[in-house]
Design a binder for this molecule. Structure first.
Ligand code: ATR
Length: 279
């Protein structure tokens, strides 16, 4: 008996280079699930109308990427607790003609850190950036119970706003949340530094100073598909350095689980994407 393929898509702008269709097709192959997974270029202006189109057709789910995650949060009819907290949606399930929004970015990051042997519990952690990407992983970062979670950003006022937004959630988990100077003036030691800025696309300079990193620091860049100045800086200092491809794969696996109630294996996906010539 052949099953009718279920339909999915990733939406964003630009979207040409998204690896999500390939990753979801590799996951589906593990279970012999017939799926159709497309890319749709949608800008913010057209999101409302295009979401209604998807609801009218036979789509079961959508992944949402830049710059639509906050708009998708505003437009979903139902939201998971985490999506509500992070004000961000990267996974939409279409059920009974309603859009259910969830976010799997934070859990994707934490799963990838865990895969790499990085334990945030009791660690001193610095999160660089104060935009959607940084706020989208805050709830999961705090739930890992680092001893200290420092926030920094080129525009430091945004880190201060972020601190005041997350203060109560951090307090509830007994996590010390503090704003740190982006030039390292407060000379803290960080066990883990996570770059959640988009600086890798717009600048040839790392957003932080060399003195904030040492050989023992785990340096994680949420960017994938390119070596960023932050990664080059960390490699030069001989710090352990990682890109964000693993996070992309793990957040996709969480979306897949939400839609299909099945947990795909993720450990070989990087190799499979390489074999396909996609990375
Ligand atoms: P995203 O959804 O990817 O987080 P965003 O909300 O536009 O996108 O946020 C981009 C983040 O990258 C911000 O923290 C931004 O810093 P500012 O708040 O000062 O703008 C940061 N960023 C972008 N380009 C940067 C650069 N060249 N150097 C340092 N930080 C940069």
């Amino acid at each position: 008996m052949s099953l009718t393929p279920k339909q999915f898509a990733v939406i964003g702008h630009p979207i040409n280079h998204s690896l999500s269709p390939h990753i979801h097709l590799l996951f589906a192959k593990q279970f012999d699930l017939p799926i159709i997974y497309e890319r749709e270029d949608i800008d913010r202006e057209h999101l409302l109308v295009r979401l209604a189109d998807f609801q009218g057709k036979d789509y079961l789910g959508l992944n949402v990427t830049l710059p639509l995650k906050h708009d998708a949060y505003l437009l979903c009819q139902k939201l998971s607790e985490k999506a509500q907290l992070c004000e961000s949606v990267n996974t939409i399930s279409i059920k009974n003609n309603k859009l259910h929004g969830d976010t799997t970015d934070g859990i994707g990051l934490i799963k990838d850190l865990t895969n790499k042997g990085i334990n945030l519990s009791q660690a001193s952690c610095l999160l660089v950036g104060a935009g959607g990407a940084a706020n989208g992983v805050m709830a999961d970062l705090i739930e890992c119970l680092p001893s200290k979670l420092y926030l920094t950003n080129r525009t430091i006022e945004k880190s201060m706003l972020m601190e005041s937004y997350w203060k109560n959630f951090a307090k509830k988990h007994s996590v010390l949340l503090k704003v740190s100077d982006i030039h390292g003036a407060d000379s803290c030691h960080y066990d883990v530094i996570i770059n959640a800025t988009s600086a890798g696309f717009s600048s040839d300079k790392s957003p932080i100073e060399d003195k904030m990193i040492n050989r023992e620091t785990f340096c994680y860049d949420m960017t994938y598909g390119r070596e960023t100045p932050f990664m080059r800086q960390a490699i030069k200092i001989h710090a352990k350095t990682f890109d964000g491809l693993g996070m992309l794969v793990e957040q996709a696996a969480e979306s897949f689980h939400i839609w299909h109630n099945k947990r795909p294996k993720t450990n070989n996906i990087r190799n499979e994407l390489q074999l396909l010539g996609l990375i």
